[in-house]
Write a protein that binds this ligand. Sequence first.
Ligand SMILES: O=P(O)(O)OC[C@H]1O[C@H](O[C@H]2O[C@H](CO)[C@@H](O)[C@H](O)[C@H]2O)[C@H](O)[C@@H](O)[C@@H]1O
Ligand SMILES: O=c1ccn([C@@H]2O[C@H](COP(=O)(O)OP(=O)(O)O)[C@@H](O)[C@H]2O)c(=O)[nH]1
Length: 472
Amino acid sequence: MSRLIVISNRVSLPKAAGAAGAQGGLAVALNSALREHRGIWFGWSGQETAEFTGHLDMQRNDGVTTATIDLEAQDVDEYYNGYANRTLWPLFHYRIDLTEYDRNFGEGYERVNERFADSVLPLIEPDDLVWVHDYHLLPLGSILRDKGVKNRMGLFLHTPWPPTRLLASLPFHERLVASMLEYDVLGFQTTEWLESFLHYVQKEMGLKVNLDNSIDYKGRRVVARAFPIGIDFTEFTEAANGEEAREAYQRLKSSVRGRKILIGVDRLDYSKGLGERFESFSRFLGEHPHMAGSAVLLQIAPPSRGDVASYQQIREDLERKTGHINGAHAEVDFVPIRYVNRGYPREQLAGFYRAANVGVVTPLRDGMNLVAKEYVAAQDPEDPGVLILSQFAGSALQLKDALLVNPHSVEHVAETIKQALDMPLAERKWRHARLLASVRDEDVQHWREQFVRALAGNDKDAGVPQTQEKAA
Ligand SMILES: O=P(O)(O)OC[C@H]1O[C@H](O[C@H]2O[C@H](CO)[C@@H](O)[C@H](O)[C@H]2O)[C@H](O)[C@@H](O)[C@@H]1O
Ligand SMILES: O=c1ccn([C@@H]2O[C@H](COP(=O)(O)OP(=O)(O)O)[C@@H](O)[C@H]2O)c(=O)[nH]1
């Protein structure tokens, strides 16, 4: 079996992990994938230095070998806060109004991708498979090719891929996409993002897409497929049955004194639709006065990317909105929205999910959304909660038995909250059983095996998830 070199923007180091839960779905998925596979995980340490040295910090923790570099402040500013999170992230989440185009960001992005390439190069051996992750590193494969790397290389994009007309607003978009065609495998979360990508290469680059969705480019064949990411189902269900989860469950249950619980768990990001969610809950409370006082929304929202202005703005907006809604609906012994700006370890989250009657996952756009899958995995099958899920999350293509909503429609989400709280046990059970089968069968191991098989070049039909195929 070939060794795997995994490269992502950030590597989650147990020692440097900081606030629990702030790491997001990518780190969670890669940690569990790498524990299964021999190899190295390379990326940024998350630390800033005065000057870039290229020093590699190698560590072995919990069965995973990591190699990290520090970046200098200007790199972090222009590459991570700049091009990655002020240009590509909003654009890929259809927020052209928040997308900033700044020449320095583009230069910083290219400089850091070069630095990544130079630093990881000595670690790559001839038979290694190189697996690059996400929008931070789209041109890395092409830079490595220029430096003589002949290995099989793949890219997995964790975010949506935008429609062609949106992407065309990005200066030098052709160059960016052409650089991606130096990979051997391009993986997307869903068939929807895959189709957008293929549309772009046909319409903007005039390339032909073969029947198996491969593209012939400069004498090489690039395979493009959907590989929906999953959770580590076994690990998560074990956590959900553990002592820490039980304590968290009790703590939450006893604090609400018989009221129904709705739960949201999201990085504090404008793509997660938190403002619309709070409005919907407020509308529900206003429309059903007899139920006001009998349901609580617990929103866990660890701060994310706090140096970026749009994230500071959404934080302020949500604080104002929560204060306003709580002021309007609170009683002396009851506050309807518990808004918590900190992260929790997943063992505790599992207990909170299990205690909640309704999981509210309503992003305006999301590559996948692992919280939706974790909520399902944490339920008691004999008395499960109900998942309300945005039709614009990648996970909606698999979790079709959730209550699918349009998160922009406050009316629709408010009605769906009522439907979820009123749902009879029999319906809750059959919906949950189907959701659970999908979360269990298309887990993170399945995702990794499918991608690595395609990367190794010995698959014929890998990567087309059964449930998504039916939807397409
Ligand atoms: O590293 P950060 O800037 O703190 O952000 C955390 C991660 O956010 C994004 O996660 C995506 O990956 C998830 C797993 O595939 C997926 O479920 C979710 O829909 C995506 O938004 C980002 O893409 C990652 O690179 C970040 O690490
Ligand atoms: O307090 C928290 C909040 C989130 N998470 C984890 O962060 C991940 C979020 O992944 P998701 O795909 O939902 O969204 P992303 O943040 O990657 O956009 C999930 O595994 C959550 O369990 C966590 O461990 N603690």
